[in-house]
Design a protein around this ligand. Structure first.
Ligand SMILES: [Mn+2]
Length: 324
């Protein structure tokens, strides 16, 4: 039987892509795969539509990520942490349609309900896409160094919420140990990701916390264009704020409302145990996971808050959280 990884051995030129608004799993998994393939002498381009988040700038080989999609024909395109070409970018989806790539591969840790690429390499039990990449590099017998180990460690840190979420199994700790043995440095990763905040992030947080509203099991905060200006902060500095209202005792569902500056409101939803916020996000053409999801609304901030609060209240009522 031919190995599934033989496609990587056969192809010479690669494009590695991941979902827009990339996170540490998307970028870490992309770069680890790129470094691995380069050890085999492959030609690799790593593309993301959007800029790399500020707290990932320290990652090995981060300078390789380009926001320009190559125009030439390539042997193989690999979608990482993403199962829809459109979630990479419209340009990438068009390039797939136009058969710019000999083979399309999808590497992910979310169960697929349909075939995506010519080859789908899915491990639904893996905590991060980076973990899947680690297995692939292992199957190919690629020498895994400290840079690759740090990249994979980053993906694991991000997708397990620093080894706290319910996906933090014994397998995750076993892999973490293997990565540390291979040269990963947990403090190098955590120190850069969590102990390296621009002061503007906290100025913005101070503004944002002043908007905190708690109504029983539902809490919300907002980030307005005015707040961004007052704090001198870029919008991506508020990326993790949605977890704060959720962390309040008694809160089951939290929402962060962000004015995007082009007439839209970006909503991040978080929940603890009882509510599946991806179902709420779907009502507004968004999506995500059970405990972390999001959507966009084209309306005023006040209108967005009203609509989400209503949907959340209905969902809570369905779960017996609210009386009356
Ligand atoms: Mn992931």
């Amino acid at each position: 039987m031919t190995k599934k990884s033989s496609i990587f051995e056969k192809s010479r030129s690669f494009l590695i892509v991941s979902h827009y608004h990339p996170d540490g799993d998307a970028i870490g998994a992309s770069l680890a795969l790129s470094l691995g393939l380069k050890k085999l002498g492959k030609k690799v381009t790593v593309y993301n539509r959007d800029a790399v988040p500020f707290n990932l700038g320290f990652l090995p080989a981060i300078g390789e990520v380009t926001q320009t999609l190559p125009k030439e024909k390539l042997d193989c395109a690999v979608m990482v942490d993403c199962a829809q070409p459109k979630r990479v970018s419209d340009d990438f989806a068009k390039a797939v349609e136009a058969k710019q790539f000999g083979t399309l591969v999808c590497i992910d840790h979310h169960l697929l309900d349909h075939k995506v690429g010519d080859i789908d390499w899915i491990e639904p039990d893996a905590a991060s896409t980076g973990s899947v990449v680690w297995h692939i590099l292992g199957e190919m017998g690629i020498q895994k160094d400290a840079d690759i180990a740090n990249l994979i460690f980053c993906t694991l840190t991000v997708d397990t919420g620093s080894f706290r979420y319910s996906n933090t199994t014994d397998k995750v700790f076993a892999l973490a140990a293997e990565l540390v043995r291979a040269g990963a440095d947990p403090w190098f990763v955590a120190g850069h990701m969590e102990e390296n905040n621009p002061v503007e992030r906290y100025r913005l947080l101070a503004e944002c916390l002043a908007s905190l509203e708690v109504k029983g099991p539902y809490a919300s905060m907002e980030v307005t264009q005015r707040m961004l200006k007052a704090a001198g902060a870029a919008a991506d500095l508020s990326e993790e704020f949605a977890g704060i209202p959720r962390s309040i005792a008694g809160v089951e569902v939290a929402a962060l409302f962000r004015e995007t500056g082009d007439g839209k409101i970006k909503i991040s939803l978080r929940s603890k145990d009882r509510i599946d916020v991806s179902k709420i996000a779907k009502q507004f053409a968004g999506g995500g996971h059970e405990h972390a999801a999001g959507c966009n609304l084209k309306c005023s901030l006040a209108e967005a808050k009203k609509q989400i609060e209503t949907a959340v209240a209905l969902s809570l009522r369905g779960r017996g959280q609210v009386s009356g």
